[in-house]
Design a protein around this ligand. Sequence first.
Ligand SMILES: Nc1ncnc2c1ncn2[C@@H]1O[C@H](COP(=O)(O)OP(=O)(O)O)[C@@H](O)[C@H]1O
Ligand SMILES: [Mg+2]
Length: 281
Amino acid sequence: MSSAIACRGVWKVFGAGPSSVTALQAVTLDVTDGEFVTLVGASGCGKSTLLRTVAGLEAHSAGEIATGGVPVVGPGADRAMVFQNYSLYPWLTVQGNIKFTRQLSAHTRDRTSADVESAAGRADALLQVMGLEGVAQAYPHQLSGGMQQRVAIARALMSRPRILLMDEPFGALDAQTREVMHDCILHVSELERCTVLFVTHDVEEAIYLGQRVVLMAARPGRIDSLYEVPLPPHRTQDMKHSADFLRLRVQILERIRATSGLKTDRDLLRKLAPRAGGLKT
Ligand SMILES: Nc1ncnc2c1ncn2[C@@H]1O[C@H](COP(=O)(O)OP(=O)(O)O)[C@@H](O)[C@H]1O
Ligand SMILES: [Mg+2]
């Protein structure tokens, strides 16, 4: 199988001198075509940096990154990114948001009416697949967080990227909505046959979605270990209670604890979800 994403000895150092931060140290990772890989690890271990360098939004300091065999030198149409904050255009409807990128590219490329027609068809298909038909003419502020994130995913998929890069996309959603979104993204990535690199700080989410889980550790940011997820390709919520699932969850949590030098579960929780705050000792 060909490698959709190939990282070879990738380093990313922010700043210089004694205050420099090594966000990525010699990261080597291969993601095969169509694979769903999740990245998990304590806050500050370089998950977002790795995603951003693969996206070409951040230049790496050393090493090589290629997508589909082509070296990454900047953002490209083969990759699309989805962030935690939905970053939708508030003045555009749901349909307008989904079509926006295509409309932008219309100014830079020669297009025929057939292209326009196929883009319209694509937008309609994505509205349907993402369950957004009923809100096509609504504005982002009229939608729940889950619905807004569906729009952001549909917009990312509009230009048929081969690779979807997702940085804690469901981090702001409540638990029930997150479960629905998990099944939604699994279904869509299968339909679109795209490769997904998905960052989360939630170990359960990482196992449920991933065919492989990559565990990163901090100071310096690096890949610590990789785990094959021993679940059938078609995931169902009840698998979260299976012995294999629970065993892997414990194994990964223990490894995060060991690599982060934390002593208690409370320390771990605080580190995994710094924004949750409010944990009193
Ligand atoms: N633009 C930046 N300038 C300086 N340091 C940065 C920058 N972005 C990230 N870092 C640092 O790099 C490390 C990894 O950050 P990040 O990739 O955001 O981690 P994560 O997403 O796992 O929480 C952290 O120590 C962070 O402070
Ligand atoms: Mg991050």
